[in-house]
Write a protein that binds this ligand. Structure first.
Ligand code: ZN
Length: 273
């Protein structure tokens, strides 16, 4: 495994934010649905981030997706689990109009189990519970499925897997108001029973990643040449200092000439729906 390290963010870069990402020849894209009882979304409906141009995206034929088939310099940000719920991070996402996709684990969102403190000392574990994720939803974020208890699914039988996947979709539908269509297996571990459960629970694709983002905003590539590629899917976690690390990461991505893509619009264009 090649765990690359990239130079730390040195120069001050003036960010123009990605809210202005041009939407030409757009696919209609995702809409934000309101959940009864939790207030209407505060953001105008419509996708945040870069959306595909006509004919830009190749077709996805597998239900297991590690990257999006495009030649445009666009990458996708995904954030997993849900223990650390820093309000500053939601503000950043909302104010900058940054497209992200979240894979929520119930246990983490509800502050059970052992919080992931890899980024430092946790300060906001379970601070807003599902309310935190409703705020993210209102900022244009898709909340997708990452199981109930974050198990290694390869060690579970078909029935237990289905319980983990369908259970999490049910909770997310109840709390967020939208039923997940994407699934990310904890640790990236899955087997045929996982794919069967995914379909049975109403989800369309299993989403992996091409690079992970470490504390400090460092990108750990899964390819030897340590470069971002068009269509890359980056994995982050709700860890302490995500707010700071995320700013560093977004600057780094933009400095390299990449846009932040709206994953839902791109997957739709790729035939995942
Ligand atoms: Zn996870």
């Amino acid at each position: 495994m090649f765990w690359g390290r990239v130079a730390a963010c040195g120069a001050l870069v003036v960010l123009t934010g990605c809210a202005q990402s041009v939407a030409q020849g757009t696919q209609g894209g995702s809409t934000v649905e309101a959940t009864p009882g939790s207030g209407a979304p505060t953001r105008e409906a419509g996708p945040v981030g870069a959306v595909p141009r006509a004919g830009e995206v190749g077709r996805v034929t597998s239900e297991v997706i590690s990257s999006v088939p495009t030649k445009r310099k666009v990458v996708f940000l995904t954030i997993d689990d849900g223990w650390e719920q820093d309000p500053g991070f939601v503000r950043q996402v909302r104010e900058q109009g940054i497209p992200i996709t979240v894979f929520a684990t119930r246990q983490a969102v509800e502050a059970e189990g052992t919080p992931d403190q890899s980024g430092g000392t946790a300060r906001f574990v379970g601070a807003g519970k599902w309310g935190y994720f409703r705020e993210l939803r209102d900022a244009g974020v898709s909340i997708e499925n990452h199981t109930l208890t974050h198990p290694n699914l390869r060690l579970l039988g078909a029935q237990a897997q289905q319980k983990e996947l369908c259970g999490a979709s049910k909770v997310i539908k109840k709390e967020i108001g939208v039923r997940p269509v994407l699934f990310r297996p904890p640790f990236g571990n899955y087997n045929q029973a996982t794919l069967d459960a995914m379909r049975a629970c109403g989800m369309k694709a299993l989403l992996l990643w091409t690079a992970t983002v470490q504390p400090g905003g460092k990108i750990a590539y899964q390819v030897p040449d340590k470069r971002l590629r068009p269509g890359d899917i980056l994995l982050l976690h709700f860890r302490p200092n995500l707010d700071r690390d995320f700013r560093i990461l977004v600057k780094k991505i933009k400095r390299r000439g990449f846009e932040l893509g709206n994953l839902q619009a791109y997957l739709k264009a790729a035939g995942v729906r």
